[in-house]
Design a protein around this ligand. Structure first.
Ligand SMILES: NC(=O)c1ccc[n+]([C@@H]2O[C@H](COP(=O)([O-])OP(=O)(O)OC[C@H]3O[C@@H](n4cnc5c(N)ncnc54)[C@H](O)[C@@H]3O)[C@@H](O)[C@H]2O)c1
Length: 327
């Protein structure tokens, strides 16, 4: 990032943190690395010899030269660490979800705004060129009025024990749906079950209704034979699918729509089927685009959109969780 790279410290060097730190090191000045595990500190210390290694988040924050932190620790720690960093005057990139309660996220957003700091949640998919294309299709009106959206995020993968499928998997789809629709849901319902770890739902179905009448559904599950990362947008004129499991055909646009009943057809709707088109999608790494965006916000400033979008996502997760709990 130009002649004056942002001085960043990263906390959390686990399975996902290792991807983040590679990008931070390539795009900024990685001055500190922090992890609770001695083994990880030793191994990442060797990999990034110019960074100061610590197990103390507070020690890292005490460096007056440090401008920003990247937080990739387990979810239950996010809110407290992000708050501590903002209070220390550092810009914050925090992995998803940044907090586990709407009220906590509100506090972080207010804190960042009052101090003029960047607060960016790690909603990776919003930087995915395929999701950007989906947004373009929706906003340009090419699909016609959007009627419904549904997301599938399923497979027998790493089953987390401190986050359920809603918070771990659903956060991705929710961030995309709220970005596409641009509204907060007026009605939310979630149903699910914890088959493996008591109290941690591994299969969750969600329903949302928006003020405009659009509806959305999510199927989130660790117990499934299919590996699916898919979002389907049904418009009045065309329908589009974003499939992140596809290597080349990330977006498919179906020129399919219902046609008004013709005179003499007993009032039945018909389906018009046209071409199926797959636009070219850039293969840029979403994580690189995401970190580049964070650095740009620090250097050039922003209007707080990312933090407020993060708040709508946490608020929706919080409400869906209450529904899941039967509240
Ligand atoms: N954006 C994505 O697509 C994506 C994908 C996977 C994970 N994630 C998110 O990344 C985060 C980390 O997930 P992971 O799979 O890497 O977890 P992980 O358990 O593999 O790694 C977490 C690391 O944090 C360290 N740690 C824990 N508490 C700490 C503290 N207080 N200070 C410093 N270090 C601490 C641990 O020692 C560990 O090395 C989670 O929030 C997860 O939701 C995002």
């Amino acid at each position: 990032m130009g002649a004056d790279p942002v001085r960043i410290g990263q906390a959390g060097l686990g399975a996902w943190g290792r991807n983040l730190v590679r990008n931070v090191d390539a795009l900024a000045d990685l001055t500190w690395i922090c992890d609770a595990s001695e083994e990880r500190r030793a191994s990442f210390g060797r990999q990034f010899p110019n960074a100061i290694v610590t197990d103390s988040f507070a020690e890292m924050l005490a460096d007056p030269e440090l401008e920003a932190v990247v937080i990739a620790t387990p979810v239950p720690t996010h809110y407290a660490l992000a708050k501590q960093a903002l209070e220390a005057g550092k810009h914050v990139f925090v992995e998803k979800p940044p907090a586990m309660r709407g009220s906590e996220m509100e506090e972080l957003v207010t804190l960042a705004e009052s101090r003029g700091l960047v607060l960016m949640p790690g909603h990776l998919l919003l930087y995915h060129p395929g999701v950007r294309k989906l947004k373009e299709l929706v906003d340009s009106g090419e699909l016609g009025d959007v009627l419904c959206i549904y997301g599938n995020r399923q497979n027998l993968g790493t089953i987390r024990k401190d986050e359920n499928a809603l918070w771990s998997l659903g956060v991705h789809d929710l961030s995309v749906i709220l970005y596409l629709v641009g509204e907060e849901p007026v009605e939310v319902h979630a149903h699910g079950n914890a088959f493996l770890t008591p109290g941690v739902e591994d299969v969750v179905f969600c329903f949302m209704r928006f003020p405009s009448g659009k509806i959305a559904h999510l199927h989130l599950s660790w117990l499934d034979p299919h590996k699916m990362r898919k979002m389907t947008v049904v418009g009045r004129d065309k329908m589009a699918v974003f499939d992140d499991m596809e290597l080349e055909r990330k977006i498919t646009v179906y020129e399919k729509h219902p046609e008004e009943p013709e005179a003499g057809t007993y009032g039945e709707w018909r389906t018009r089927t046209g071409d199926i088109i797959s636009p070219k999608i850039a293969s840029d790494e979403p994580l690189k685009l995401e970190i580049t965006h964070f650095l740009r916000l620090i250097r050039e400033g922003g209007d707080g959109t990312e933090a407020r979008d993060g708040l709508t996502v946490v608020r929706a997760l919080d409400r869906l969780q209450q529904s899941l709990d039967g509240a």
